[in-house]
Design a protein around this ligand. Structure first.
Ligand SMILES: [Zn+2]
Ligand SMILES: [Zn+2]
Length: 372
């Protein structure tokens, strides 16, 4: 027979969850009764076996006490600039539940006590500033009015040189993390694009940096046979509107007399009269655009010249920015002395020429070593 008083498990929430001795059950009216922590409830237990009805005491009134929560208070903590705070709340050492009151009556979900960090409140004027220049990053330092902490932000250098393969500002990476482009610009080869990058310091403070993007360009080479009076054309990916001048071997040529410049992107056509004044051999052509200089080679040959293998190769200019496409799309025109680069060129011939030039290179290296 069960005793007249019992202590329930702390986690039992109804009478039915309280264990009785064998052959005893809770009366159906009482089994669903709520057990509140720290409270006592009276319920009826009934003897329930095949021979029931033969005993004097087949029902027992039992007072069940569910132990109270053992509550610990977590006291209120204000949020700081960078750390969350919390409201006061209580947690039970027995069941681990959370409560918003010291009596453990109102249960609350995990995390509902969090007061979010406020973020810094910075003085408007920075405490230190290093202006970025074309090559070097700068920095700006702000101080917080609340916690005195200082925050330094790196500012990207104000010039970025990009190859002509990039078409949109969004393709241009910023070297300092946290900065994003605020503007949408199209990148045209040969031009300088002014763009604005932004950095969000706090909700109220965003700083900006004006960056000049120099879009490089690349050019094809040209060749001319003296006296042939053929048109010689050099193409450059730079847009004509950004083209400023052209020089050959350091001498600036007169546009309209010694050459013409047409759009597409830039098509330079040399005047035959001018070309006939040049000596046989390689000449350096420099095209100046807003974004800088681009170099090409102008090869002048004499009639009857058999081009030497090292002169026939078209090599990318070392200072071009890696855009081989421009050099490949247009074959140098205007000179029959150059071997055709079409599909009908015997592969074996090219292979021989290549082997010969490698051989020459090895000889040169050996000579150089001997001198040393
Ligand atoms: Zn508890
Ligand atoms: Zn702060």
């Amino acid at each position: 027979m069960p005793a007249n008083s019992m202590t329930a498990d702390h986690n039992a929430t109804t009478v039915g969850e309280v264990t009785l001795p064998e052959c005893w059950i809770w009366s159906s009216e009482d089994a669903g009764k709520t057990l509140n922590a720290g409270e006592t409830v009276t319920a009826t237990a009934i003897f329930n076996l095949y021979n029931k009805g033969n005993y004097k005491n087949e029902t027992v009134q039992i007072s069940i006490t569910r132990p109270a929560h053992i509550l610990m208070a977590i006291t209120k903590k204000d949020a700081s600039c960078t750390e969350n705070g919390n409201t006061t709340y209580w947690t039970c050492a027995l069941c681990g539940r959370y409560f918003s009151d010291e009596n453990g009556t109102t249960e609350i979900p995990t995390g509902s006590w969090i007061i979010p960090a406020t973020g810094h409140t910075l003085y408007k004027e920075p405490v230190a500033y290093v202006q970025p220049d074309a090559q070097k990053n700068g920095s700006v330092t702000y101080q917080c009015q609340v916690c005195d902490e200082t925050i330094s932000i790196e500012i990207p250098a104000t010039t970025i040189i990009v190859p002509d393969t990039l078409e949109q500002l969004t393709d241009v990476g910023l070297s300092v993390s946290g900065w994003t482009w605020k503007t949408q610009e199209k990148l045209l080869p040969g031009t300088i694009v002014t763009a604005i990058a932004a950095y969000k310091v706090t909700e109220d403070l965003t700083i900006t940096d004006t960056i000049q993007i120099k879009v490089s360009c690349s050019a094809t080479n040209g060749s001319y046979q003296l006296g042939s009076n053929d048109a010689v054309t050099i193409r450059c990916t730079g847009v004509l509107s950004a083209f400023r001048r052209l020089s050959v071997d350091g001498k600036t040529l007169v546009q309209g007399q010694e050459y013409t410049a047409a759009s597409g992107s830039t098509i330079i056509t040399f005047n035959a009269d001018y070309l006939n004044t040049l000596s046989a051999g390689k000449h350096t052509v420099v095209m100046t655009y807003d974004s800088g200089d681009v170099e090409a080679e102008l090869l002048i040959t004499k009639a009857g010249d058999v081009p030497k293998n090292d002169e026939t190769k078209i090599e990318p200019q070392p200072d071009n920015t890696g855009s081989a496409s421009a050099a490949g799309e247009t074959t140098p025109s205007g000179n029959g002395a150059l071997p055709a680069t079409g599909d009908d060129t015997p592969v074996l011939l090219w292979l021989l020429l290549f082997t010969a030039s490698v051989g020459m290179l090895i000889v040169v290296i050996r000579k150089y070593k001997n001198i040393k």
